[in-house]
Design a protein around this ligand. Structure first.
Ligand code: PLP
Length: 381
């Protein structure tokens, strides 16, 4: 039998590879983006309550109405927007499914999707498996700013979507009002959709405001916003997120969601609806993670790494050009096996493997682990 792969360039993700390597060598794992601390006890009790209470059968296909209502209320509080939970919010299997279902519903063979690289690794394969063409715009260190004139030049009659991600994985940059306005101008009067991946909406520091597409009614009319409860509430294993989009776009996304996952874990949805009723549960997150960022940077202050600015997410980038001439893949492996700290090489986020000798540290870890990593890397490298 001849099997022709639809995704010949896709291999095991670097996140799995580095986590496995970290486990094998007993290294401190600052590679994959998941917290190593516990979920709030209140949330665990709520999940337990709903499982024990018998809320264990299929949830409605678009998601539990109570949860969608709680999300709409939260967005109004945060971004001053008014969403209809019935027609604009769909609960998905993590943001990954939200992204995949949206692209599958909206991208046809030959459609072009502009993607800013370094990019989260699901974007390009999700476009390509649907026959779309990912058109990368490569952003460069140290600031990874988007040149919107360049974006305007890249738009072609085939451009169907522009994907943004703010706060941005892996660079920790955030888009400002001027970026959102430039994007709005470029897409205005066209049929171009915007997919705005905002899974790190609450992880934004130093008093900055998150510039959600939900703050821009004109832009929202053509947009899909993807969010993740796993990222927000320290539980990436729950696999629950959502897509927000205007009714006519949501209708299309649900056609795919219906046959992709059909519906999402019911007891979790009940528990999250209750948990969201206390805004402090998410409003406290920027301070919580900013303290971790600052602690980690302090712990690393005497190492030869050069850290880049981190305005959001729980990732911070560092250049190791003072330390080694190795390529970033080899350096990340060396740091894991020889120095006991696992990280992610940034070339993995570029489809052409651009290597600027930069690695990504994840600081969503306990104080003990962050200080431990600083201790290991303070050694002469
Ligand atoms: C930018 C970005 N988008 C989406 C996701 C996926 O989120 P989820 O775990 O909810 O599927 C991640 C996870 O790392 C991410 O970093």
């Amino acid at each position: 039998m001849q099997l022709t792969s639809k995704l010949p360039n896709v291999t095991t993700t670097i996140f799995s590879i580095m986590s496995q390597l970290a486990a094998k060598h007993g290294a401190i794992n600052l590679s994959q983006g998941f917290p190593n601390f516990e979920v709030d006890q209140q949330m665990k009790d709520l999940i337990n309550h709903y499982v024990q209470g018998g809320f264990n059968q299929y949830a409605p296909m678009p998601g539990l109405m109570e949860l969608r209502q709680a999300i709409a209320k939260k967005k109004e509080l945060l971004y001053g927007c008014s969403l209809d939970p019935d027609t604009e919010i769909t609960i998905t299997n993590g943001a990954t499914e939200a992204i995949f279902s949206a692209i599958t519903a909206l991208i046809r063979p030959g459609d072009e999707v502009i993607v800013f690289e370094p990019a989260y690794d699901s974007y390009v394969p999700s476009v390509e498996v649907n026959g779309g063409v990912a058109v990368p715009l490569r952003l460069k260190s140290p600031d990874y700013r988007i040149d919107w004139d360049q974006v305007r030049d890249m738009v072609s009659p085939k451009t169907r979507m522009i994907m943004i991600n703010t706060p941005h994985n892996p660079t920790g940059t955030v888009l400002g009002q001027e970026d959102m306005e430039a994007l709005s101008q470029i897409v205005s009067g066209t049929d171009i959709l915007v997919l705005s991946d905002e899974v790190y909406q609450h992880l934004i520091y130093d008093g900055r405001e998150h510039e959600s597409v939900l703050r821009y009614p004109d832009l929202y009319r053509r947009s899909i916003i993807t969010m993740s409860f796993g990222k927000t509430f320290h539980a990436t294993g729950w696999r629950i997120g959502y897509a927000i989009a205007p009714p006519e776009i949501t209708e299309e996304i649900r056609k795919v969601h219906q046959f992709n996952t059909f519906s999402i874990n019911r007891p979790l949805q009940h528990a999250l609806a209750d948990y969201l009723a206390t805004p402090e549960n998410y409003l406290s997150l920027p301070d919580f993670f900013q303290r971790k960022r600052d602690l980690f940077l302090h712990a690393m202050a005497d190492t030869p790494f050069e850290f880049l600015d981190c305005a959001g997410t729980y990732f911070v980038l560092a250049s190791y050009r003072n330390i080694s001439d190795l390529g970033d893949q080899a350096f990340a492996r060396w740091l894991t096996t020889e120095r006991g700290v696992a990280v992610i090489p940034i070339s993995s986020f570029y489809s052409d493997g651009t290597d600027e000798k930069i690695i990504r540290f994840c600081f969503a870890k306990t104080e003990e682990l962050l200080l431990g990593a600083g201790g290991k890397l303070n050694l002469r490298l």
